[in-house]
Design a protein around this ligand. Structure first.
Ligand code: NAD
Length: 411
């Protein structure tokens, strides 16, 4: 099942509970605009290379559209469409005044030099600058992109439209970014993991955690959870991972990755394991924080964790999701679990427009407030209606988007 089909399946499950008519479903499922562009650059060796870029602007009923820019070789229109719709629901679940969008370029990041990546990013903005804007559609980092790319985007967009710090979020702090944005998604994953544990009557010090993906999100989630007294026993990236039943030294792993091209390859703490082995570990909390579709019908029976926090977008295929639900596994869905990033992006954007900035403590405090409220709301809907956290989050998000759509008036 492709990504967008999976998202639609979850959508209809919640829409059925709301008795949503077919015409409103079509409206909610249809993206407002989908753009595919050719991005051609000159490589460092003088050769020409062409890549395909996408921007899907799903819905702006609740505010300007917001969503990351992904650089990954598996990016395609179906995936971007699905992720754009999830962004519409995510911003609604955490109740920040945004709609949803997503973008991406199908590219193997590791094949390009930093200068080539800069050219690629700027060229992409050349092709889409007239359909994005601080009040229209605001990109942000996602897999394969980070603060540096966001600085290039701000600079390139400003060449066309004048000084525009609010065109993009996740910028370097020295360039109209906000302290705490880089850690925000991983920290949010950590905050929501603790909330879930507390609701389940589990203590952090008795909790073993395994995390797949040791990039921006996975590494910050690991650090936060270790500082909160959880035992992070396994981490991995696409080169494989390591497992130490006594608990890993997360900061050592982060330092190692930082000095080895952001990779854990060769890192020795405990035993080396594969990603499949990590997903099957006997832990209390499993956090997929890498790519989509890692828990499937084929490997779901090997998953032992009673709690899964979806730090990555769409890490669980729908057939696997249903099997986990049947087994009573608590899954905190992506549209809640990884919403910390877009929440702090919202703070950054709002402050760019006021030429004002909060300090790190204030950012963390406000992040905690927004995520805690969203968590309580989703949890309560789930308990009241006896539905999964995923269906509850979809239900809450769909309701808010539908309400804004109707209030604006359809003529
Ligand atoms: P990143 O590029 O910083 O890190 C990705 C990590 O995943 C790397 O460690 C990489 O080695 C690993 N990985 C890639 N392919 C893998 C594979 N096949 N098996 C195991 N590991 C693999 O990306 P990120 O920003 O940390 O994003 C990770 C996930 O979180 C993505 O799904 C992204 O959409 C989601 N997300 C990110 C943000 C954000 O603010 N960065 C916000 C919301 C959601």
């Amino acid at each position: 099942m492709k990504a967008f089909e999976a998202t639609q399946r979850y959508f209809h499950r919640a829409a059925d509970l709301l008795d949503m008519p077919d015409n409103m479903r079509t409206l909610a499922l249809t993206a407002q605009r989908e753009v595919q562009v050719q991005v051609t650059i000159e490589r460092d060796d003088g050769n020409v290379a062409t890549y395909i870029g996408y921007r899907v602007q799903h819905n702006n009923a609740r505010g300007p559209m917001k969503g990351g820019l992904r650089f990954h070789h598996e990016v395609d229109l179906d995936e971007v469409r699905s992720l754009a719709m999830l962004m519409t629901l995510k911003t609604a679940v955490v109740n920040i005044p945004y709609g949803g969008a997503k973008g991406g370029i199908a590219v193997k990041v590791r094949d390009l030099s930093r200068r080539e990546l800069q050219r690629l990013t700027r060229k992409f903005i050349d092709t889409i600058h007239d359909i994005i804007g601080p009040d229209i559609d605001i990109p942000a980092p996602d897999m394969g992109t980070g603060a540096e790319h966001m600085a290039w985007i701000m600079n390139q967009y400003s060449k066309y439209h004048g000084f525009s710090p609010g065109i993009v979020t996740g910028k370097p702090v020295e360039m109209y970014g906000i302290p705490g944005r880089e850690e925000a998604t991983g920290r949010g994953v950590g905050i929501l993991t603790l909330k879930t544990l507390s609701r389940l009557g589990r203590k952090p010090q008795d909790t073993k955690v395994a995390i797949q993906g040791f990039g921006n999100v996975g590494s910050h989630a690991a650090k936060f959870l270790q500082e909160a007294d959880c035992r992070v026993v396994a981490v991995s990236d696409h080169t494989g991972g390591c497992y130490n039943a006594q608990g890993l030294e997360v900061m050592n792993a982060i330092r190692y990755a930082n000095s080895h091209e952001h990779l854990l390859e060769g890192y020795a703490d405990g035993e080396r394991i594969t990603n499949e082995e990590l997903l099957a570990l006997d832990v209390d909390v499993l956090i997929p924080a890498a790519i989509g579709g890692v828990i499937t019908a084929d490997n779901v029976d090997t998953v032992k964790a009673p709690v899964i926090i979806e730090a990555a977008n769409e890490p669980i295929r729908p057939e696997a999701n249903d099997a986990l639900e049947e087994r009573g596994v608590v899954v905190v869905p992506d549209i809640l679990a990884n919403a910390g990033g877009v929440t702090v992006s919202y703070f950054e954007w709002a402050q760019n427009r006021q030429y004002y900035r909060w300090n790190l403590d204030r950012v963390r405090q406000e992040l905690d407030r927004v995520l805690s409220q969203a968590f309580e709301e989703v949890w309560d809907v789930s308990k009241e209606r006896k539905i999964s956290l995923r269906t509850a989050a979809f239900l809450l998000g769909i309701k808010r988007v539908a309400k804004a759509t109707v209030l604006a008036g359809i003529v």
